[in-house]
Design a protein around this ligand. Structure first.
Ligand SMILES: *Cc1c(COP(=O)(O)O)cnc(C)c1O
Length: 428
């Protein structure tokens, strides 16, 4: 390697031994990286095409305030999202505060008292437990008389079709599918497998609304679950589709009816999509969406790099070093809290922002165990930026994701290994 490069890694605290180990792993990943580049190229063109078709222009970056009536930038952005996700309509707003909010909105606006929500991908993401009322909480679906049922994935990570058929009843109004694994060590579901189960569900009852929690999945594949019949795909703009530039926001893309319901719930009955000022954020939303395929590509390279390093060192990694990718998350099971903590220190120490702070486990709202989070992000909590987190409970897995650039992701991963080596947890 070029001497200068070795020197600057050394200046950043990386030993020659750790760097050599990582570079050796990297040398074997050329083909994987090429595949990610091709997918990113396709998705980049998909986004540009949607923007061209909607005649995006610099006037769309203008700000609106107050009620935000006739905000052309906002309305056009929603049309761009609908094109990208191949849906009838979309709701993309800074007033949707985060991914959990977007999901809660999709659920609460499309379910009514007496309806049942059925999750067919097992336990939903931790923060949704309180939304649904699996853990009691103020304002949950349960409080409104909306019941919940769940079918777990089979041992091999696939959908339990018989279980799903048995669980669907007259009250089943909506089926929820979570694409990404969240804080679990199951497989992430592919848009193709999701499409297959949607077809199956619609054959049982075509009126069931299928909602997909698409968090962390956007632009990883050539297709999205909405290409295969999902009535709603839902996600956060401080993850993939915000491209690291959107400072807040969430999206729901879906059928006209579902989006109308969501809009009336987000604002108020009678107001719907008509109000909601864009507050000067439009350029970051458009430009972030434009950047997203490239950013996701860098994050995928980081995830595969980490998987290959830690698998080689004997740890269980999900997905493993060679499996196809359907989200940007990489789980590494350390089996003890120290592994998670040292890994997170490495990610934190490699950040452009707040690199000097030491992450520690704490009782975060919405989670049922202590969680440690590492992020030195430009946008607070942004997990399309290089970040790692893990609940301090068995199997003591760290979940690592993001990186606005591949080079930053690479440094973060190398530094995580350095910390584990320094702490005597890993021997090379
Ligand atoms: C991140 C995430 C959420 C929640 O998003 P927040 O923005 O953190 O509220 C929901 N589901 C999945 C699968 C996620 O990864």
């Amino acid at each position: 390697m070029i001497n200068n490069l070795c020197n600057i890694y050394e200046e950043l605290g990386i030993s020659k031994e750790v760097l050599d180990f990582c570079e050796n792993v990297l040398a074997g990943l050329k083909e994987r990286f090429e595949e990610f580049d091709k997918k990113a190229e396709y998705n980049q063109l998909k986004v540009i095409k949607a923007m061209q078709e909607e005649k995006v222009s610099d006037m769309h970056f203008n700000s609106s305030s107050g009620y935000g009536y006739n905000d052309l930038g906002r309305d056009t952005l929603e049309k761009v999202y609908a094109r990208v996700f191949n849906t009838e309509d979309a709701l993309v707003r800074p007033q949707i505060t985060c991914g959990t909010h977007a999901l809660a909105l999709a659920l609460m606006s499309n379910l009514r008292p007496g309806d049942e929500l059925l999750s067919v991908s097992g336990k939903p993401y931790d923060t949704l437990e309180e939304v649904i009322g699996i853990r009691d909480s103020i304002g949950s679906l349960k409080e409104y008389g909306i019941t919940y049922n769940q079918v777990d994935l089979l041992e091999d990570g696939s959908f339990d079709k018989d279980g799903i058929k048995n669980a669907i009843n007259d009250k089943t109004k909506m089926v929820a599918i979570q694409r990404s694994k969240g804080y679990q060590t199951r497989k992430t579901l592919s848009p193709y497998d999701i499409g297959d189960v949607i077809k199956y569900i619609k054959e049982i009852n075509k009126d069931i609304i299928v909602m997909v929690d698409n968090c962390y999945g956007e632009f990883v594949e050539l297709h999205e679950p909405s290409d295969f019949g999902a009535d709603m795909v839902v996600g956060s703009l401080i993850k993939n589709p915000g491209g690291g530039l959107a400072p807040i926001g969430g999206y729901i893309a879906g059928t006209k009816k579902c989006i109308e319901n969501a809009a009336y719930r987000l604002t108020a009955p009678g107001l719907g999509k008509e109000v909601g000022a864009s507050l000067g954020l439009m350029q970051s939303f458009y430009q972030g969406l434009f950047m997203a395929p490239t950013v996701v590509c860098g994050a995928l390279k980081g995830a595969v790099f980490a998987a290959n390093i830690y698998e080689k060192l004997g740890y269980k990694v999900v997905p493993n070093s060679t499996e196809p990718r359907y989200d940007i998350i990489q789980a590494i099971e350390f089996g003890h809290p120290e592994g998670i903590i040292e890994f997170c220190k490495g990610i934190q120490g490699a950040a452009p922002v707040d690199s000097y702070v030491t992450p520690e486990p704490w009782a975060m709202p919405g989670y049922d165990s202590d969680v440690i989070m590492a992020a030195g992000a430009f946008i607070q909590g942004s997990s399309i930026e290089l970040s790692a987190d893990g609940p301090i409970k068995p199997p003591y897995a760290v979940y690592f994701q993001g990186g606005l650039t591949w080079y930053h992701a690479k440094l973060g991963i190398i530094n995580s290994l350095q910390k584990l080596v320094d702490a005597g947890i890993v021997k090379l």
